[in-house]
Design a protein around this ligand. Sequence first.
Ligand SMILES: Cc1cc2nc3c(=O)[nH]c(=O)nc-3n(C[C@H](O)[C@H](O)[C@H](O)COP(=O)(O)O)c2cc1C
Length: 190
Amino acid sequence: MGKVYGAIDERLSKFIEQQVVFFVATAPLSSDGHVNVSPRGLPGTFAVLDSHTFAWLDVTGSGSETIAHLRENGRITVMFCAFDGRPNIVRLHGTGRVVTRYDPDFESLAQRFDDKPGARAVIVVDVHRVSDSCGWGVPLMSFEGHRDLLGPYFERKGTDGSADYRITKNRTSIDGLAAYDFDPAEPADA
Ligand SMILES: Cc1cc2nc3c(=O)[nH]c(=O)nc-3n(C[C@H](O)[C@H](O)[C@H](O)COP(=O)(O)O)c2cc1C
């Protein structure tokens, strides 16, 4: 059944990098704040960097809860589920940091991933707990394909249009915490 590991070993790393979707959960410190869970997993956007580090290229999206919570307190759990093959669930508990597209470290980190329109940050998770569980309750599903929507949408918006979108939609969390407020300019119509 479930096991706790000292690190992300080669077998776990292979399992993680084979997934087509994973889930990230974060929460604000406030006891009545909104806990968040979001899907992630665009192809070529996530990787195990070393036995205690997981990272993903975070693309502009309709919300910015994950970034807000990481900036406030860093706590994060990343979950991968086997929807085909051998049953398995892997959880990485850790502390995440946000390297935005404006940070000096961004280019070297982003090089590890496919170039995605609208990329806003790399999220780097220092993993302090690695565990798996049976996964017997996770349904078996067949993967049909990715929806080719998010990339083309931000491709059409371009760099400035993506920044304008973030200024409008990504600056604060649902609870009003500072989220993605790194874009330098206000949009013309803000
Ligand atoms: C496979 C997959 C990959 C996704 N990748 C991202 C992503 O990189 N960035 C993002 O903001 N939203 C992504 N989304 C959508 C988000 O879950 C959601 O719309 C939102 O923007 C989440 O951001 P937040 O967790 O910061 O609130 C993805 C969704 C799916 C299903």
